[in-house]
Write a protein that binds this ligand. Structure first.
Ligand SMILES: Cc1ncc(C[n+]2csc(CCOP(=O)(O)OP(=O)(O)O)c2C)c(N)n1
Ligand SMILES: [Mg+2]
Length: 361
């Protein structure tokens, strides 16, 4: 019997709710992760990294409002545990590639906040000499390959980087990030096929933040959980609580070890949430304020780790305040550096562009 519109949408909603409950905020103390397995030093490092991303992006949001940042700007606020947890699992030399929601990945890769804010404000001291903006920053030194504005375009490129790792036998893995909207792009499956065929060292990290622009994942994605999308190619995958940095680290350890051992690709679906709009021009009419508020209050990755650190007496409130103070000072300095930097010289309009010899054609 053909499903009526009403039952189809009911089914979608139920599937969405089940999807959500499965990983995110399973329990108040996290998704069963054992904080005792970590040193205070490591935990404070994760806390600081997440704060660095959050404070830098809050500042970017303010600077955008002041007209200091032009073009697109997609904030990562709310999703910090994903990239910090994955980088905690990675080794020096592993590579990272992602979409346009990329500032957090840059900071977690060890890129300089000064260069990031300078690029956002279009200054010559920025990572792309002020000519790339938010979506187009790269750092070969820090193994960060961008920064891509075309949805899912980074997935075949990340698969190619993984091919290079295998070809060179360097033992590194490429972490290729994509969104819940991007998983519906055809090129993702061409990439999965090749990665599985050639046992490429790639971990696909699906950041399921529940929305692709204004469309919820329930309305956009058919079938079951997104990590199952690799099953047809024999790629293992799992759902991870992307609001718990320790759960991410543990899943990252497992997936990276699998890829590094030559066993081929792995898919991690991170259940996460973005607090801000899709980009700075998003009025966010597609969700309620209460929905956002509830996640902030109950699942915030930074607050969550803070509470656990305090409960275990691994640091005092004052210690954590000091970390926040130092991070705020670092971001302030980076913002001042950006604003004090000159704009690119007009002659830069003619550099770093592809020029073909038209006369010879
Ligand atoms: C090929 C292509 N189609 C459409 C767009 C417009 N677009 C930009 S972001 C986006 C949504 C992607 O959502 P998701 O993959 O969930 O990533 P998120 O923004 O949530 O991080 C769309 C449709 C684009 N940039 N590229
Ligand atoms: Mg999304």
């Amino acid at each position: 019997m053909a499903r009526t519109k009403a039952t189809a949408s009911k089914g979608r909603k139920a599937a969405g709710a089940a999807r959500k409950d499965k990983a995110q905020g399973k329990s108040e103390s996290g998704s069963g992760t054992d904080i005792g397995a970590y040193s205070a030093e490591d935990l404070l490092h994760y806390y600081k990294e997440m704060l660095e991303i959050r404070r830098l992006e809050e500042r970017a949001g303010q600077m955008y409002g002041m007209g200091l940042i032009g073009g697109f700007c997609h904030l990562y606020i709310g999703q910090e545990a994903v990239v910090v947890g994955m980088q905690a699992a990675a080794i020096e030399g592993d590579t990272v590639i992602t979409s346009y929601r990329d500032h957090g990945h840059m900071i977690a890769c060890g890129m300089d906040p000064k260069g990031v804010l300078a690029e956002l404000t279009g200054r010559r001291t920025g990572y792309s000499k002020g000519k790339g903006g938010s979506m187009h920053m790269f750092s070969k030194e820090r193994n960060f390959y961008g920064g891509h504005g075309i949805v899912a375009a980074q997935v075949p490129i990340g698969t190619g980087i993984a091919f290079a790792h295998r070809y060179r036998e360097d033992g590194f893995v490429c972490m290729t990030y994509l969104g819940d909207g991007a998983v519906n792009q055809g090129q993702v499956y061409e990439s999965f096929n090749m990665a599985a065929l050639w046992h490429l060292p790639v971990v696909y990290v699906i950041e399921n933040n529940k929305y692709g622009m204004g469309t919820s994942v329930q309305r956009a994605a058919a079938g079951g959980d997104l990590f199952e999308r690799g099953h047809a190619y024999g790629i293992p995958g799992e759902m991870v609580d992307g609001m718990d940095v320790l759960a991410v680290k543990e899943a990252g350890d497992k997936a990276l070890a699998h890829a590094r051992a030559g066993d081929g690709p792995y898919i991690l679906e991170m259940a996460t949430y973005r607090y801000r709009g899709h980009s700075m021009s998003d009025p966010a009419k597609y969700r309620t304020r209460e929905e956002v508020q509830k996640v902030r209050e109950e699942l915030d990755p930074i607050e969550h780790l803070k509470e656990r650190i305090l409960a275990e007496k691994l640091a005092s409130e004052d210690d954590l305040k000091e970390i926040d103070k130092a991070v705020r000072a670092q971001v302030k300095e980076a913002a001042e550096f950006a604003q004090d930097s000159p704009e690119p010289d007009p002659s830069e309009l003619y550099t770093d562009v592809l020029k073909e010899d038209v006369a010879a054609a």
